[in-house]
Design a protein around this ligand. Structure first.
Ligand code: SAH
Ligand code: SF4
Ligand code: F3S
Length: 474
């Protein structure tokens, strides 16, 4: 037997890419590739790219340049693949712009990686003949991608992403996703439950169901009828071993009554909702083709809060969309003030080739975008700091995920995805602990464990037998 070949995958962009990277790794493991965490000693490097903003998309080229220099210095040849949304959007252009790329593969073709890699290997150093695979195939890649081994699941820790829906039919005028990921497709319920059961069996306690528009999920149930996200979340929460469920990313238009009821009724559904709004101006929301106004966003927040009073929200914002006036921007600031967010991502509008907004007339100067993002981020940072500060003295359950920076420390996540540093032994990883928060810093909280699955009876409790998590209010 020859030495196993080494694979290094570097992901940019969203959680979809994190999930895809794992599926690619699992699929190539069957071909004898083992994971390594440095590009330098890999035989195959996959750059799993993001096209959402110009800066993100350009990263792949600096990364490719770096790889080439490193290879030349080491006198070594590696196979290099570009995957992800830049691969889909730019295809053969990548081969023209960067030398040393053996393979360009779009997100819907990852199940073909074994044959593509073998093909690229056969072509060897004849790099001018790089392979490009960016078709949207008729078959469903999920039927062919390998599942993770038990060891891979254990290595990845007690939380996992599961893609339940991919692609987008919303066509916001600024966004490349409908083009890079294609039309919205939901996976069938049974297949998702199989995947979750497998993860739970390997020790996963928390799953985040992911999709570009996850609350538009409508996968087939056992009878072939479409099931909504609420039904899926309920079934996932029932999988033995699963203590916590999250989902992301949601569209405000698709927060239906069933999903809101699930927030009311399911303690395992974490009270933290990422609900991107992009802008607080009705004029801009319309120009973005978001298909809702600010009033609908306020009403949705109210409905969710009424169902689950301890819920907190995060969101995404874009400033400097074409034609955005000072007044429009003031509306965004006003929306933020009114809602109050526990976290948020905000971006300067980036013009993307092929999107309708790219050709809109009034593109704003960079300095206007900079001023606005600065003001918005300052406000959002203040809100986040206030939310975190209000957690001091509170008690809630955290899922212990990994070792902390210092010996004897573990890091867990609160229901609100805050990192919480506690003192606990390594054996407690993968269990839920009730923590009283003592201190709050900008990056994390810290606290004392006052009970939990591992700690209640002193000795380790078999985590899989323990029920769902609950948020305990101080
Ligand atoms: N499906 C999600 C978001 C996917 S992209 C949704 O509908 O909300 C993640 C975030 O990137 C978006 O919410 C948006 O805030 C930001 N984004 C997308 N396109 C952008 C662009 N052209 N310029 C700046 N930010 C953008
Ligand atoms: Fe992009 Fe809009 Fe679809 Fe989100 S809903 S992925 S922002 S087109
Ligand atoms: Fe980026 Fe593609 Fe995700 S463009 S944000 S990696 S869907």
């Amino acid at each position: 037997m020859s030495e196993p070949r080494k694979l290094y995958v570097r992901s940019f962009g969203c959680q979809m890419n994190v999930y895809d990277a794992q599926r690619m790794t699992d699929t190539l493991a069957k071909e004898g590739f083992v994971e390594t965490d440095t590009a330098e000693d890999a035989d195959l490097v996959i750059l799993n790219t993001c096209h959402i903003r110009e800066k993100a998309a350009e990263k792949v080229y600096s990364e490719l340049g770096r790889l080439r220099v490193a290879q030349e210095e080491a006198g070594r040849r590696q196979m290099v693949a570009v995957a992800g949304c830049v691969a889909q959007a730019e295809g053969a252009e990548i081969l023209k712009r960067a030398r040393g790329v053996d393979l360009v593969v779009g997100p819907q073709s990852y199940h073909k990686l074994p044959e593509l890699v073998a093909d690229a290997e056969r072509r060897g150093s004849n790099r001018r003949a790089g392979i490009v695979e960016t078709e949207f195939p008729v078959e469903d890649k999920f039927d062919f991608l390998a599942p993770p081994s038990r060891q891979a699941i254990a290595r990845r820790g007690p939380t996992a992403f599961v893609t339940v829906q991919e692609g987008c039919d919303k066509f916001c005028t600024f966004c490349v996703v409908p083009y890079t990921r294609g039309a919205e497709v939901s996976r069938p319920v049974a297949k998702i439950l199989d995947e979750v059961a497998r993860l739970a069996d390997g020790g996963v306690r928390e799953v985040t169901l992911i999709g570009q528009n996850v609350n538009a999920y409508h996968g087939a149930d056992a009878g072939g009828r479409p099931a909504g996200l609420a039904e899926l979340v309920r079934k996932v929460a029932e999988v033995p071993g699963i203590a916590r469920v999250r989902y992301t990313t949601s569209h405000p238009r698709d927060m239906d009554d069933e999903l809101i009821a699930a927030h009311r009724e399911l303690p395992a559904l974490m009270p933290y909702l990422h609900l991107p709004v992009q802008s607080g101006s009705n004029r801009i929301l319309a120009a973005m083709n978001r298909k809702h106004d600010r009033e609908l966003f306020f009403a949705t927040v109210e409905r969710v809060r009424a169902a689950r009073p301890d819920i907190a929200f995060s969101s995404d914002f874009i400033v400097g969309f074409p034609g955005e006036t000072d007044e429009d921007f003031a509306d965004t600031m006003d929306l933020v003030e009114r809602v109050g967010f526990a976290g948020a991502f905000s971006f300067k509008y980036s013009s993307r080739p092929g999107t309708p907004a790219a050709t809109m007339e009034v593109q704003l100067p960079e300095e206007v975008k900079s001023q606005r993002i600065y003001a918005l981020q300052a406000l959002l940072d203040r809100q986040k700091a206030a939310f975190d500060a209000a957690c001091r003295g509170r008690r809630f359950e955290i899922l212990l995920e990994k070792p902390g920076r210092f010996p004897g420390q573990l890091i867990g996540r609160s229901p609100y995805l805050q990192s919480v540093v506690v003192e606990a032994p390594r054996e407690a990883i993968g269990t839920l602990a009730t923590v009283e928060v003592r201190a709050v810093s900008t990056k994390s909280l810290s606290g004392d464990i006052i009970g939990g699955e591992f700690f209640a009876g002193g000795a380790g409790v078999e985590p899989r037998l323990v029920g769902q998590s609950e948020t305990v209010e101080a």
